[in-house]
Structures are given as C-alpha cells and as structure tokens.
Ligand binder design. Structure first.
Ligand code: PAF
Length: 281
C-alpha cells in the first residue's frame, strides 16, 4: 500500500518530516492512467532523490471545451498499486476543489515556447499546464521534478515557468518509452481500436524518416510535407502539425546545420490525438 495524500497541508507536513530526516525529494506529476513511461519517471526520480512523490490529478484547466476531460481514464486504485510496486514513496491525489478552491483566479501563462504546435492546436492548454505544475511545485517544493520528453513542448513550458518564477526546483526531462514497434506510450493509446493500433506506429516512422532526410541534408519543409502525406495515406484523419524545430528554443528550423533539432508531430487517429517527437543530433 502506498500512502495517499489528499490535501496540500498534509503534503507539506509529509515533505517537512522527510526534510527533517535529511531526505531529498523528487516529484513526478501525472494525470494517472499510469503506464511504463510514468514508472520510468519514478525510477529516474530515485536516481536523483531519496523519496519520490507521484501526483495524480486530471487537471480540468488544461482541457479545451471539446476535449477528453470527462472520458480521460481515471483508475486511482490500479495506479496506486503500480506506484507501490515501483517503490514510490507517496501519492498526492488532490480533489479539484483542493487545487482550485472557490475564488481561484490566477493563471500562469508562458509566452514564446507555448506558441505554435500544441499551443496553436489546443488554445489555453499550456496556461492550464503551467498553472497546475507551478502549484504542484510550490506545494511540494521538491529538489527535482521529472517530466516525460514525449510532451516536449510541455517540458519547455515548465522549464521556462520554473526559471522565470524563480521556483527552486530542478526540472528534468526523461526519454520517451516506446512499444517494440515504436509507438510512444501514452495514456491516450487506450482510445485506439485494434485497427487504429496497427496504424499508430506510422507516426514514429514518419518522424524517423524526417530525421534521416535532415541528416542527409534535405530541407525540413519538403520532408515534413512527404511525411504528412504518408500519415494521411496510413489512415490518420488529420495532422495538427509535423514540424522541425530547434531543440532548445523551439524556433522553426529549415534544415540540419549541426544545432540540435527536434521533430514534433500531433495527428488524429480514430478517437485519439497522438503526439510524438524525436531529436536530431
Ligand atoms: O503530462 C501530464 O500528464 C500533465 O500535463 C501534467 C504535467 C501532469 C500537468 O497536469
């Protein structure tokens, strides 16, 4: 059994007790429906700190009005068992009113890195993410907080917010965990039908084709246009974006000149919107 904490006060008391024993703390924020990708964040947390606290909170403010907030999978008991098995030290699973009490009126909005990509496809999404993550960081004040690189733009937004707001927490990205056929693990993969699931690895293949072309000196625009057409042919109903960006600044990039790049994509397949990205070094 894992200790489950419901209130900010109890979270702070738990962290204070561990601090008094000289223990360091890692935080792994999640929205639950845990998979091996999340558990790899817990494992990475233990390489950085003595205690790892996972959080589960399906954050309403990061979902748009027509998005999947109400059907987002909620399975706290199963998640708690997975976290216990992974040796996680505690679970913070607050209610919506604990996180957003009556009168709540503050939004953290990060300019620049939030623009384009998922920021364009999901207006308001990154404000919701930045706000809830800022709250979680300030509530727990861990030494380090870990986030998956699968949400690469999100990771950039969180790094920027933590730096700009002088939140004394190290933000660490952890590499994406994939199925054997390349599909990035995601809680939303469960929306895929068996037929969709057979098509889904085409997203990772499209990214790797663009990466190969870039390292051969080809132009990003042509490569992305071909890869987008490939995704439509494979059965994706739409492609929100498939773009090449500078890995650090997320500024658009034309071709590979030696600076690290990131190829990022979001595309819809059946009832799922899948996102993925890979690096070019
Ligand atoms: O990546 C997620 O699961 C969420 O966006 C996060 C970081 C837990 C904030 O709700």
């Amino acid at each position: 059994m894992i200790e489950t904490i419901r209130t900010v006060g109890a979270l702070r008391a738990r962290v204070r007790a561990w601090r008094a024993e000289g223990q360091s703390i890692a935080l792994v924020p999640t929205m639950g429906a845990l998979h091996r990708g999340h558990l790899s964040l817990v494992t990475a947390g233990f390489t950085q700190a003595d205690r790892v606290i996972a959080t589960i909170f399906v954050n309403p403010t990061q979902f748009g009005p027509n998005e999947d907030f109400s059907r987002y999978p909620r399975q706290e008991e199963a998640d708690a068992a997975l976290l216990a098995q992974a040796g996680c030290s505690a679970l913070f699973a607050p209610s919506v009113t604990e996180m957003y009490p009556e009168g709540f009126a503050t939004t953290v909005s990060v300019a620049g890195v939030s623009d384009g990509l998922c920021g364009a496809a999901r207006p308001g999404h990154f404000d919701g993410v930045a706000t809830v993550v800022t709250k979680l960081l300030l509530q727990a004040l861990p030494d380090v907080a870990l986030f998956g690189e699968k949400d690469y733009q999100q990771l950039g937004v969180i790094e920027r917010a933590a730096r700009d707001l002088d939140i004394p927490v190290r933000i660490q990205g952890v590499p994406t965990v994939r199925e054997a056929d390349g599909l990035a693990l995601s809680s939303r993969n469960r929306y895929l039908t068996p037929d969709d699931r057979a098509v889904a690895p085409a997203l990772y293949r499209a990214l790797t084709e663009v990466a190969d072309g870039l390292t051969q000196g080809q132009a990003a625009e042509t490569l992305c246009a071909h890869a987008t057409a490939d995704l439509h042919r494979a059965g994706f109903s739409s492609v929100d974006y498939l773009e090449v960006r500078d890995a650090e600044t997320l500024a658009p990039a034309d071709r590979f000149t030696g600076r690290r790049l990131r190829i990022l994509a979001a595309a819809r397949l059946g009832a799922a919107r899948l996102i993925d990205n890979i690096g070019v070094e």
